[in-house]
Design a protein around this ligand. Sequence first.
Ligand code: ZN
Ligand code: ZN
Length: 416
Amino acid sequence: MNGGRPVTSFLIEHQCPQCGAPATLGEADRLLRCGFCRVSSYLWVADFFRYCLPHRAPAGKPIFYYPYWRFKGMLFSCLGKGIDNRFIDVSHQALASPDFPLSVGLRSQTQKLRFAAGLQQGLFLKPAQRFKQVLPLITEQFTAGLRGPILHQAYIGETLSLLYAPFYLEKGLFDAVINEPVRGATAESITPLLGQAEKPHWPLTFIAALCPGCGWELTGDPDALALTCGNCRTAWHAPGGRLEQLQTAWEGGQGEQTVYLPFWRMRADVGQVELNSYADLIRAANLPRVVQAQWEQTPFYFWSPAFKVRPQNLLAMAGHLTLHQPSRSLEAGQPPGRLHGVTMPLAEAEESIKLILAGLLRPRQQRLAELLPGVTVQPRSALLVYLPFREATHELVHDGLQLAVNKNLLRYSRNL
Ligand SMILES: [Zn+2]
Ligand SMILES: [Zn+2]
């Protein structure tokens, strides 16, 4: 594991599925616009992506690939007095073996990866440890130092992939990335593993990025999860490998310099805590306000950013919006002007509901311990809402909500 080090982000060499021209993708990129044939394709995979590290083995050496889970995500742990957050960026053996390095380590960061799907040669050792088995070890390692009982833990915005590192045998085991022997490993102990290898067959799905409504080209940032049609002004995503329309709405702008940031506005049943109306929120959060009769009818929503930001900022923003309940009237569809890309899927935003709740409840210490372990969250409905922010020198500001988002923070959050 290599936790605690700066966040890493790989580059992947691939080729345009239309014309075969070479292309380089960022690890989180999904929309590939070919600079050569100008066709846009959207990359989709059912489970997770599988990448290979390049090797520099002497010609003719039979290479085999050893699997590592690669995991990036935010881990939140609710303690009695607050919420601990950390960003985790690790790799871990997907096939337990004392002969291979425990993690991929730093050597992988300067290499350009390839999709394992594209490889014709080499043996691929089959993962024997499912990620579900590895995750508790990672969680334990990163939260062992926390004091007091952990009332709830959640991973948000995580990405999981399988990274294949190349090796070969020559007297002992050789790391084919750096062409150096791995200490202590013998051919005798590794040869039996090679019998469990599998052929690479993990096809990638490329979806034509064309609007199903009108046929126009869909656009978005390379890492966007929502693509937009500039012609019929609709938004699309591909949750199951097919383009589906995404219901969106937006709040009226703040003039020329407006940038729209996307948020998930969610309804959910949260078991033991009544949170259906604005009046319920005032009671749950013990806000110093006298409940007015009409507030019992004002619907309550959970709000969470639909874009990646650092863990502390994610919860702060979600908590702020949920407390303030943006209530200006919304228009259906896509806003005019500049949009910030959607990079946080709805399912991940839903995972934040319990954490948002934990941040709201007052008096905190007593109610968290009492309620949190038993709270179940049942998401009901959601809408992607674009809120208008005025662009200032260093920040994007929503005056009505008294919310300012640092522009650098948004930029640096891209590879989380
Ligand atoms: Zn092309
Ligand atoms: Zn369209």
